[in-house]
Design a protein around this ligand. Structure first.
Ligand code: GLU
Length: 480
């Protein structure tokens, strides 16, 4: 495979939609698979949409996901600068070539005039094409005047690596603006120049640019540039309906998921597989496996539906995988921000132990906040939780108190308090009391935690320790 040079070229407009993140993953995989280069380029020429801090957000997101770039902000590179707003002289140099060869012109037409043309076309029910109104004798360019491409309408054929063979007629070609009034280039022009200067071999971007591609082909031609491989990535669809996933559909930005405790491995895995598969049943991929398996021709050409439940499921898989493969300590190191405030006063070993018995129930790491409080703080006694429990409500209060007291007695007698010996005591208790596990264990479990759920009872008792466990059980018995 030839070395590919790919790029991720986001616009720093604030929120990074997770669909945008996928547009970074695929170029990254192609670059790494071929031993080529990945470029990060910041497309900040739309000054009205520019948001302060958005570039840092993009960089943080890529770093978090482990998508390192070989050229771009921070790391630099031979095509510096990598911010389009700092490359204005380069665009002017390139546009000058077109002005000189008569393939571009300065356009003094005022906006009102253009509106008039547009309205006229509407009335006549013909498509509005600016090239039909291009000024006959364009003036010499002066700052403040837009520069337009002088197109040469004709048919184009090309192959998009995802969408397949494409063909368009002359009607889609127009005199697109290259340089705006404010002196900044349009996306349409700037990306052609930058991709050429930076040696980009694969242009991978959202499918929304597909309809403009003939205009890009015309520009490649006018400059005598070789066409790069064109790759249109289908939209990510909202969970329901047929529309593109948007902020309003509940999809958070990648960093919001990070702050909820989604692991970068899971996010990368999920997004890479959103609209791509390698033809096998495999669902869990490491970054290295993705680099190995990825291929452009297996990107599906229809929209992929965003499914947060699946993302969270994958995150659960990754939490378990890290625990199993790297150990409790490695998983613990990922959880530092996610513990309830009370946990701070407890030694790390204790938190690692809590994590070890609860990790397989976590969907996101921030579940620790709500699921582990009773390990760090005595819960409030809520007798209702006991007497109204579906397994316990058929017993009288006296019976419940009695059952709890018997359990306390047996547990108090246990000398060597550990998970195995505790399990033995619990089994003996079942035999002795003739109760079902759901009854006896629910009672003890609630009395210890007053939480809707807790890990295996012997592990909970073992982790809480003898003193705390017995104190809590006594407190609950007294309350009944
Ligand atoms: N700046 C464009 C965007 O954010 C990038 C399109 C491209 O990758 O060429 O949508």
């Amino acid at each position: 495979m030839e070395k590919a040079t790919t790029r991720f070229a986001p616009s720093p407009t604030g929120y990074i939609h997770i669909g945008n993140v996928r547009s970074a993953i695929y170029p990254y995989l192609v670059a790494r698979q071929s031993g080529g280069k990945m470029i990060l380029r910041i497309e900040d020429t739309d000054r009205e949409r520019y948001v302060e801090g958005a570039t840092e957000l993009i960089e943080d997101t890529l770093k978090w996901l482990g998508l390192d770039w070989d050229e771009g902000p921070i790391v630099g590179g031979p095509s510096e600068p990598y911010f389009q707003s700092e490359r204005l002289d380069i665009y002017m140099k390139w546009v000058q070539k077109l002005l000189d060869s008569g393939r571009a012109y300065a356009d003094p037409t005022p906006a009102e005039k253009i509106d008039e043309y547009r309205k006229k076309c509407e009335q006549e029910k013909v498509p509005f094409l600016y090239r039909n109104f291009r000024p006959e004798n364009p003036p010499k360019w002066e700052p403040g005047m837009p520069i337009r491409f002088k197109t040469n309408p004709k048919e184009y054929s090309w192959t998009d690596a995802v969408m397949g063979d494409m063909h368009t007629g002359p009607e889609v070609l127009d005199d697109i603006i290259l340089i705006k009034k404010d002196g900044y280039p349009t996306y349409n022009f700037a990306h052609i120049v930058d991709d050429a200067e930076m040696g980009v071999t694969h242009v991978m971007r959202g499918v929304e640019y597909l309809s403009s591609t003939p205009n890009y082909l015309a520009l490649y031609e006018a400059f005598g540039l070789e066409r790069p491989v064109l790759v249109s990535l289908p939209h990510i669809l909202a969970p329901t309906g047929n529309k593109k996933l948007g902020k309003r559909d509940g999809a958070k930005s990648a960093t919001e998921y990070r702050d909820d405790g989604v692991l970068p491995e899971a996010m990368l895995n999920y997004l890479a597989c959103l609209g791509w598969n390698d033809g096998t049943e495999q669902e869990i991929y490491t970054k290295e496996e993705l680099i190995k398996s990825f291929s452009l021709d297996r990107i599906q050409n229809s929209g992929a539906r965003y499914d947060e439940t699946k993302l969270l499921w994958m995150n659960g898989q990754w939490i378990r995988r890290i625990f199993d493969e790297q150990g409790a300590r490695a998983l613990y190191d990922r959880t530092t921000h996610f513990w309830p405030a009370e946990a701070e006063e407890f030694p790390e070993e204790y938190r690692v132990k809590v994590l070890s018995i609860i990790y397989d129930r976590l969907k996101v790491l921030s579940d620790l906040k709500t699921m582990t409080t009773y390990f760090f703080k005595d819960p409030e006694v809520d007798v209702k939780m006991i007497v109204e429990n579906k397994f316990l409500k058929k017993m009288s209060e006296a019976e419940l108190e009695d059952l709890l007291k018997t359990s306390i007695r047996e547990l108090t007698a246990l000398e060597d308090w550990n998970a195995d010996s505790l399990q033995e005591v619990l089994n003996n208790l079942l035999e002795k009391t003739g109760k079902k596990p759901a009854e006896l264990f629910s009672l003890i479990r609630i009395a210890l935690s007053f939480a809707p759920f807790s890990p295996a009872l012997n592990l909970t008792l073992d982790t809480l320790g003898r003193e705390t466990s017995l104190a809590r059980l006594n407190r609950a018995a007294a309350a009944i």
